[in-house]
Design a protein around this ligand. Structure first.
Ligand code: KIV
Ligand code: ZN
Length: 523
């Protein structure tokens, strides 16, 4: 079947909204713009760029993404009140193709939060969707927790939203409870029962709490949905969302059985997956479908013989279909900037001149310490979460004393808002001493929730990638860094997490909390 004969499924990416909402995944302004650019380039139909009412930062990011968008529709999220919707419109209106996405929780548990009766909520839906539609002719409405909403009430609210002007109705499985057969049946039922359903697009939005998000999304398409909501690497609250790369590749590989096409250039998947892992601080697990390090590893493993005779014996897709290229150039200290750029491009990283300058300096430092710089070393370098333009703290120097006789000691100099501060602290081991020194130089109450170290390659000169997760008043942030010196990587990862925490503090100054869902200002 040719692509033109297939039904088109539109891809709605919410990495920058639902994905960024995931604890510890805060991205900086420039990172959000970069990811939006990559999504647009890859052919994503709709980018949910953020939640404009949430903070000044979110508003600025959505507005700028809207201004820069080339082909994608740019969407912003708004709760069911006029204040949210107006703010959302102010941000997305700059796009060539803007969309307002407004939602309210319709299940019994969610109705209880704003304490609305069924009738009051129905009226609220009518008022808010009509208001959004008066501002924008592309309006999406979501009954949050749809899969736990009474069927009759769900039909009633969907009908109201359609009549009020919604052009897309999204059916979220907010808590990741549903199963594939039910997911298909729910969409089918809505299409059959709700008047006006044939004039709008149904979307599916699945969370992965039971590991069924991708299967549920594909089943919803079988049931009649024509928009899949998803995130890169499945990033998202709790266990995450449907992974974009999984649904897109499933529709491509199973094209004969599921005759649906997307407009996604799949050769860009690996690149964007790596970039999202780098900026979010959420590494991709090795055995993750499509984009995990081992997803094509059978090439050099036990299946090698069959693979050499006919790759299709063990492969349902080729590495190059997802943008994985084989290159063997090992980089070293004599490699120049052009070679680094080309190598990074092969690995899927397309960098602007300023970014390349920064990475080149770090690459040279690494190559001075390590004879051979492998692909994985470069990926780790790219995953280091620092943004010289917005970071308030950085590690200037560190010297530790460690060994069998304690106390271990760390002499640290940090740059804090451009001013150098130094101290010496002791601790239970060199990492503890270093973290104590950071706390002395920059006081904070954040609690260390996770400290993780991985060796990037083999050998005693291997880089260590360190992840640090901090929590302060319910805000969770993650920082990552890589270095051949594990203690230096630890200090940098800690400082990177603190930089993210400072961004989060600013974002929450206005008191935003999606779970608090402020329904009050409807007028
Ligand atoms: O999971 C969910 O219900 C959501 C809504 C805001 C659409 O993300
Ligand atoms: Zn969601």
């Amino acid at each position: 079947m040719s692509t033109s004969q297939k039904d088109k499924v539109v891809i709605f990416d919410t990495t920058l909204r639902d994905g960024e909402q995931s604890p510890g995944a805060t991205m900086s302004h420039s990172e959000k713009l970069e990811i939006a650019g990559l999504l647009d380039d890859m052919g994503v139909d709709i980018i949910e760029a953020g939640f404009p009412i949430a903070s000044e930062g979110d508003f600025r990011a959505v507005s700028e993404i809207a201004k820069n968008a080339r082909n994608s529709v740019i969407c912003g999220l708004a709760r069911a009140n006029f204040g949210d919707i107006d703010r959302c419109w102010e941000a997305v209106k700059h796009a060539k193709q803007p969309r307002i996405h407004t939602f309210i929780g319709t299940s019994p548990l969610h109705r209880a939060i704003p304490n609305l009766t069924m009738d009051e909520m129905a009226e609220r839906i009518h008022d808010t969707v009509s208001h959004a539609r008066n501002l924008c002719d592309n309006v999406q409405w979501s009954p949050m927790d749809a899969t736990r909403t009474e069927e009759d009430y769900l039909c009633r609210t969907v009908e109201i939203a359609i009549k009020a002007g919604a052009t897309t109705i999204n059916i979220p499985d907010t808590v990741g409870y549903t199963a594939p057969v039910e997911s298909a049946e729910l969409i089918r039922m809505l299409i059959n029962k709700v008047p006006g359903a044939d004039e709008i697009v149904f979307a599916t939005h699945c969370h992965n709490d039971l590991g069924m998000a991708t299967a549920n999304s594909l089943a919803a398409v079988e049931g009649g949905a024509r928009q899949i909501e998803c995130t890169i690497n499945g990033l998202g609250e709790r266990a995450g969302n449907t992974a974009l790369e999984e649904v897109v590749m499933a529709l491509k590989v199973r094209g004969d059985i599921m005759p649906f096409s997307t407009g996604i250039d799949t050769t860009k998947l690996m690149n964007i997956s790596r970039r999202v892992a780098a900026v979010s601080g959420f590494a991709v697990q090795y055995n993750k479908a499509i984009v995990g390090k081992n997803a094509f590893a059978h090439e050099s493993g036990i299946h090698q013989d069959g693979m050499l005779k006919n790759a299709e014996t063990f492969e349902i897709m080729r590495p190059e279909d997802v943008g994985l290229t084989e290159t063997n150039i090992v980089m070293g200290k004599h490699s120049g900037r052009a070679a680094l750029r080309s190598k990074l491009e092969n690995l899927g990283f397309e960098l602007g001149d300023n970014q390349l300058k920064d990475v080149f300096v770090r690459f040279k430092e690494l190559a001075d310490r390590k004879k051979e710089v492998f692909d994985d070393d470069l990926v780790a370098l790219m995953r280091t979460t620092s943004d010289p333009e917005s970071d308030r703290l950085s590690v200037k120097s560190l010297r530790v004393v460690c060994g069998t006789d304690g106390p271990q000691e760390a002499a640290l100099t940090l740059s804090v808002d451009g001013e150098d501060r130094s101290t010496t602290a002791t601790g239970d081991g060199p990492v503890d001493a270093t973290f104590n020194a950071v706390k002395e130089l920059f006081e904070h109450d954040a609690r260390l929730q996770l400290y993780q170290v991985h060796a990037v390659t083999e050998g005693t000169d291997a880089q260590a990638t360190v992840s640090v997760r901090l929590e302060e008043d319910g805000k969770i942030v993650t920082g990552q860094s890589a270095d051949t010196d594990t203690v230096v990587a630890s200090a940098k990862a800690y400082v990177s997490a603190l930089n993210r925490l400072l961004v989060r503090r600013e974002q929450t100054e206005v008191g935003y909390d999606i779970k608090g869902v402020g329904y009050k200002d409807v007028s």
